[in-house]
Write a protein that binds this ligand. Structure first.
Ligand code: 5GP
Ligand code: ZN
Length: 114
């Protein structure tokens, strides 16, 4: 679809660092790493946000989340936990209107990343 940057990433028209891909979802490194390993999980289907999911799409995306979160965590023994964040709507700080879930590694209780 159109001018959507994440649709272009999924289509390979814009380069990305791929973490995982199957028929339904694509996971890749966020270009602006809140912490090292910051990953985005997106449905391949263009939907603006979670409010637009039906149960089938919810199942396709959220059933993959634990496996991808484990892969991120297991990528570095220094990762002690993860924030899983999802923004819906401009007032909620969504800036790319192709639904995505942030997986943000946390390295220690003292880490000072935002
Ligand atoms: P939001 O604020 O919508 O929840 O998050 C959008 C995220 O997409 C941001 O963390 C931003 O860094 C990331 N992003 C924006 N453009 C690109 C891009 O071209 N490539 C990648 N890999 N990430 C992007
Ligand atoms: Zn899109």
């Amino acid at each position: 679809m159109n001018d959507c940057i994440f649709c272009k990433i999924i289509a390979g028209e814009i380069p990305s660092v791929k973490i995982y891909e199957d028929d339904d979802v694509y996971a890749f490194m966020d270009i602006s790493q809140t912490t090292p390993g910051h990953t985005l999980l997106v449905p391949k289907q263009h939907v603006a946000d979670i409010l637009a999911y039906d149960t089938d799409l919810a199942s396709k995306v959220f059933s993959k989340l634990p496996m991808i979160a484990r892969a991120v965590k297991n990528s570095d023994p220094a990762i002690k936990g993860l924030n899983i964040v999802n923004n819906n709507g401009e007032v909620a700080y969504q800036s790319v209107f192709h639904s995505h879930i942030h997986i943000i590694p946390r390295y220690s209780s003292a880490d000072t990343f935002a």
